[in-house]
Design a protein around this ligand. Structure first.
Ligand SMILES: *Cc1c(COP(=O)(O)O)cnc(C)c1O
Length: 428
């Protein structure tokens, strides 16, 4: 008899850390670990910043960074900012959004906060379960006389149904903005992100495909909008001593631009590496029951930054959370993005306690998604080992469930000291 009072296992226990084996990885593997850059080139740019002693306020590196991002995306204007959230807030204000704005709940909480922070009500819209993107049919049902706009989110770098959303926005006279924090370098129908809706917002946070430590930008083809946002991100100054608009401090610093420019020099390497990783994930997860690797539409450009699987608990014999617990024990710090959905976070949970009733697909997907480690620190051997772990877990599902239940594994590790109020996906 073993300690559960059951019979001894007739087969050997699987080689999993959950059962006491050494973890598959000595070092923790993270989702969104910053991609390494050419340090020499970065330090050279930094020296230039210090030599010029021009640290911020539309310095030469920020302007160069804006030009290169605009070129990369084939868009007229890139307005660089201090982070993606402030870029969203400024774009929302520049577009004159007010009242209610339709957004997916299945997104990083900043998309909703950027509205609520300005006393605009985020109205949470369900997603298409196949793509994880805002569903224009559901959005149409949420329009009221108070609705002023729609914010689509290009989750995982998959571009929204921009045709459906554009048609809806035009028909109803709504403004259309995109949160493109995941989608730098992605395209749909041959058109690059940056050209959809009236503006699109990028994030260059440390965890993103391209980082500037902290940073963001708004892309737009509208001269008027770009002009307005340039004023807004610099307190409304048009020239020294002359303020012509309300504004805030949304400026990107030269140090951030130095990082961004250096990362841009390596961006093709990041994409190639991530694409190779995707191929390996796809192949090696094929024979893991109930674990479906999310693929991209053929033909369009991708950055392949996110390696996402959806767990079918019936087929896998284990829930998403049980599989994440197994992975964490092996030092694979997989994440449950965007669990539990914005509508189940404060203040939205209290403001809209019944929002979930209209979000069945969001709730289902949020219970099933695992984001796996990707990026330059992850290679094919690592990925095959991760697949092996998932395969072993599903083929010993009953034992895994018992042990996870007993161990009460923590799936949301506490934030590092001093970061307790930082975004959930804070870089480590
Ligand atoms: C990261 C992220 C943001 C916020 O960007 P920051 O640069 O961290 O402020 C907004 N929306 C989505 C979807 C994101 O992933």
């Amino acid at each position: 008899m073993n300690q559960d009072g059951g019979h001894e296992q007739s087969v050997a226990r699987p080689n999993l850390a959950l059962f006491g084996a050494p973890p598959a990885f000595e070092q923790e593997l993270y989702v969104g670990r910053p991609n390494p850059i050419d340090r020499e080139a970065f330090f050279e740019r930094l020296n230039g910043v210090l030599d010029r002693n021009w640290l911020t306020n539309a310095g030469p590196l920020v302007r160069e960074f804006e030009t290169r991002i605009a070129q990369l995306c084939g868009v007229r204007h890139c307005v660089a900012m201090c982070n993606g959230t402030v870029a969203l807030e400024i774009a929302i204000r520049a577009l004159g959004l007010r009242g209610e704005v339709i957004v997916p709940s299945y997104t990083f909480v900043a998309t909703a906060h950027a509205l609520q922070w300005q006393e605009i009500t985020p109205v949470f819209c369900d997603i298409d379960p196949e793509t994880h993107l805002i569903d224009p049919k559901r959005a149409a049902e949420l329009i009221t006389p108070r609705t002023s706009g729609i914010i689509g989110v290009h989750t995982w770098g998959r571009v929204c149904d921009v045709e459906g959303l554009t048609a809806l926005a035009e028909e109803k006279g709504l403004r259309l903005l995109f949160d493109a924090a995941h989608a730098l370098g992605c395209s749909r129908g041959g058109e690059s992100v940056g050209n959809f809706g009236e503006a699109e917002v990028l994030s260059f946070h440390a965890t993103k495909y391209l980082n500037t430590f902290e940073g963001g930008a708004v892309l737009t083809n509208s001269d008027e909008l770009a002009e307005k946002m340039r004023l807004m991100k610099n307190f409304g100054f048009i020239r020294t001593d002359e303020v012509i608009h309300i504004g805030t401090n949304g400026k990107m610093s030269e140090v951030s631009a130095a990082m961004g420019l250096t990362a841009l020099d390596s961006i093709d390497r990041f994409t190639d590496h991530n694409r190779q990783n995707h191929e390996t994930y796809r192949e090696s997860l094929q024979d893991v029951p109930g674990v479906r690797f999310l693929e991209y539409a053929q033909g369009d450009k991708q950055n392949y930054q996110y390696a996402v699987v959806e767990v079918d608990p019936h087929e896998a014999g284990l829930s998403r959370d049980e599989l994440v617990a197994v992975l964490h024990k092996e030092n694979v710090l997989a994440r449950r993005y965007f669990w539990p959905g914005c509508h189940r976070m404060e203040p939205y949970r209290s403001l809209f306690p019944h929002a979930g009733l209209l979000l069945p697909e969001t709730e289902r997907v949020a219970e099933r998604v695992i984001v796996l480690p990707n990026g330059m620190a992850i290679d094919s051997d690592i990925i095959r080992t991760i697949a092996r772990i998932l395969r072993d877990a599903t083929s010993h599902a009953d034992d895994v469930r018992k042990v996870v239940g007993r161990a009460r594994v923590h799936l949301s590790p506490p934030l590092p000291r001093g970061m307790e109020d930082a975004p959930d996906d804070a870089a480590r």
